[in-house]
Each structure stands twice: as structure tokens, then as C-alpha cells.
Design a protein around this ligand. Structure first.
Ligand code: PLP
Length: 366
């Protein structure tokens, strides 16, 4: 069977380095808030081109704590609105509502699947304090127009960079394009730990200090608490492993692009819509998404031929029980995307033969 994502094989790529990184921490006797986290934070800040990086427990916390820090700074308050794409993974939205801020859902562009820059301004009210863009599927969501809107309306631009480590806009990395960014190192992400992990990047020193304090119970000086904070830490073992894996991220991304290139040039089926890639630098192919009005049949055809695919995501956030109050809303583009998308196997360890086989099976679907 061709797996959607073989995480064990990904770990095996650099197994001995990963083993020695973990062993180094185990043997050191120091497991939290130590040198490994410090050094990964420096390395990842440099990678993204940000001044500051703060390791946290996961991607949801990264976003949640950024917004909480803005509340503590007096930049935002309960009831303020944050614009967010309607077709994002639910974590982006939970990070907002968990802070008693109001997520305002905006439809994506059907061609890029990213928030539609032309629909943002009509969603702005006197309560809007920020825009959370999500570099969904590994593609850059930032546009110059979004940058201008943020300036004009004095909005904070927050990047959800959980799916796009290494992605670039005009040479500048995602994670450094807005005021602050949340990153996830969930094992299945492009830069994945062997467990949970996350980080915040920013150039704003005040924000960085607040985030670091909030992630550590609201404390900067031991046993002195300025805020009712969280316990949200990246642990030393994960940081050491991430330090190893970050060395190979650019190589991994290059391989993902090669696979995407092959899919784009070889999948030919009238029932399949391929992604549109304007800038290869602006896509790290966390996912390779195709669309089909016969999606469920196509997925069945692939499964029957030994190819595992996944739907990212089957139910849009506004149709979830978690947000019952939105269930009657209509976001037709978002709903269409959820009905039609299918994610093909893609990663740095998929073989040429496997990629060829996926193409053959898709092309034989009729
Ligand atoms: C994975 C993901 C998150 C959450 O990251 P976790 O580390 O799982 O908490 C947030 N936003 C998006 C778009 C994601 O894909």
C-alpha cells in the first residue's frame, strides 16, 4: 500500500542523529527550559528571519498565547473581532474564540484556497483588531493588499504557519511577514517533532516577552506571577530532535516540490482539478490538494488500488458542533472546497515509483 504519510520512514531518514539528540538530553538530566530549547529557538528565529522565537507546547497554544499577549498588552479586548479564513483547520478559530475574541470568517479564493484578499475589507468593523492569515496546505496566504489593509485599518497581522515552514513571499519567509506567527511541530507537519511542539515568532520585543511569560504560568522571575498564564513548553527532547530535523528541511521541501511538479505535469483527468502554482518559492507542499466533483468515488478508486488519501477537511468549521451558533451560516466557496478536496500522498520520502503509481491510478479513473 502507498501510505498517505509514512512518519516512521521520515524518522528513519536521520535515525541515528535523532537517537543521539534524544540521548544527549536524557543523559544531561535537564528536561525543560534548558539549552536545547534556547538553541532551537535561536536557530528557528534565524530560519524564519525573525528577531524572537519562543518554543511552546503546540501550534494551537502558539496562536492562543499570541492573542492572549495582545489582550494583556491592551491591544485587544474581549469581544474584539479577528478575521480568519472560513476554510482553515479549526485550531486557528479555537485560538481566537478561546480568548473570548470573535472569529469573523471570510471566504477563500477558489483557485488558491487562501483567504480572499478582496473580501477582507467588507468584513472589517470598528471592533476588528486583527487578521489571522493561514498559509493553508503550505502555500503563502500573504499578499501586498493584505499588508496594506492591516496598515490602513491598524490591524495586527497574525500568521498561522502550522503548515508552511520554509514557505516564502518574495524571498521573505512565512513567520516573518506579519506582527507575530504561530508554528506547529506536530509530527505530520513539514517540520515535525516526535510528539507535540510549537513556537511563536515575532520581531516585537514586548510581545515576545509577554508570550514567554504567559507560556510559563505568567512568570518571568521564579515564583512571581504577573498574569494567570499557561503551562505551555516545548520540551528539551523535542527541541533537540527539531534541531536535527531543521537541518534537512530545505532538502525535504525541494523533494516535496519535485513530487508536486510530477503530479502537476502528469495527472490528466477531466474529473480532476489541479492546484494553481504561481510562485514555486511560495509553496512548500505540506499537502498536495486536488479537487473533483466526484471526490468520494475518486477516493474509493484510489483506496481500491492501494493508495491512501485524506480529506483536509471533510466538515468546515461553521458546520461543526463546536460552533453550533454558526451552523445556519452559508459560505458556499468554503463548503464547495470541503466537498471536493482530496490530499494525495506527498512527503520527502515518497519514491518515484510510488508517485508514478498514484498518477497512473488517477489517470485511469473514469
Ligand atoms: C496543525 C495545525 C494547527 C495546530 O497545531 P497543533 O500543534 O496540532 O496544535 C493550527 N493551524 C493549522 C492550520 C494546522 O494545520
Amino acid at each position: 500500500m502507498i501510505k498517505f504519510l509514512d512518519i516512521k520512514k521520515i524518522t528513519d531518514q536521520h535515525l541515528s542523529e535523532i537517537h543521539s539528540a534524544a540521548a544527549r538530553v536524557i543523559d544531561s538530566g535537564w528536561y525543560l527550559l534548558g539549552e536545547e530549547v534556547n538553541s532551537f529557538e535561536k536557530k528557528y528565529a534565524q530560519f524564519t528571519g525573525s528577531e524572537y522565537c519562543i518554543g511552546v507546547a503546540n501550534g494551537l497554544d502558539a496562536l492562543r498565547i499570541i492573542l492572549r499577549a495582545y489582550i494583556e498588552m491592551g491591544v485587544m479586548q474581549e469581544g474584539d473581532e479577528i478575521i480568519v479564513p472560513a476554510n482553515t483547520y479549526i485550531a486557528s478559530i479555537i485560538a481566537i474564540s478561546d480568548n473570548r475574541l470573535v472569529p469573523v470568517l471570510v471566504e477563500p479564493d477558489i483557485n488558491t484556497y487562501q483567504i480572499d484578499e478582496n473580501r477582507i475589507e467588507s468584513a472589517i468593523t470598528s471592533k476588528t483588531k486583527g487578521i489571522m492569515i493561514v498559509h493553508l496546505y503550505g502555500q503563502c496566504a500573504y499578499t501586498e493588499k493584505i499588508g496594506r489593509i492591516c496598515k490602513q485599518y491598524n490591524l495586527k497581522l497574525i500568521e498561522d504557519n502550522a503548515q508552511a515552514h520554509g514557505c516564502k513571499f518574495k524571498g521573505k519567509k512565512t513567520g516573518s511577514l506579519g506582527n507575530a506567527a504561530g508554528h506547529s511541530f506536530y509530527p505530520g507537519k513539514n517540520l515535525g517533532a516526535l510528539g507535540d511542539g510549537g513556537a511563536v515568532t515575532t520581531d516585537d520585543k514586548i510581545l515576545a516577552d509577554k508570550v514567554r511569560s504567559l507560556a510559563n504560568y505568567g512568570s518571568t522571575v521564579k515564583y512571581v506571577f504577573d498574569y494567570q498564564g499557561y503551562n505551555s513548553r516545548l520540551d528539551e527532547i523535542q527541541a533537540a530532535i527539531l534541531g536535527v530535523k531543521l537541518n534537512y528541511l530545505d532538502e525535504d521541501t525541494a523533494r516535496r516540490r519535485e513530487v508536486a511538479h510530477y503530479y502537476l505535469n502528469h495527472i490528466i483527468n477531466k474529473d480532476v482539478i489541479l492546484p494553481i502554482i504561481n510562485d514555486w518559492d511560495a509553496h512548500v507542499f505540506h499537502l498536495f490538494i486536488i479537487r473533483s466533483s466526484r471526490r468520494d468515488e475518486l477516493q474509493k478508486h484510489l483506496t481500491e488500488n492501494g493508495i491512501q488519501t485524506i480529506i483536509h477537511y471533510p466538515i468546515p468549521p461553521h458546520k461543526q458542533n463546536a460552533y453550533k451558533e454558526w451552523n445556519h451560516y452559508s459560505y458556499p466557496i468554503t463548503e464547495k472546497i470541503h466537498e471536493e478536496v482530496l490530499s494525495l500522498p506527498i512527503s520527502q520520502i515518497i519514491t518515484d515509483d510510488e508517485v508514478k503509481r498514484v498518477v497512473e491510478v488517477i489517470n485511469s479513473f473514469n
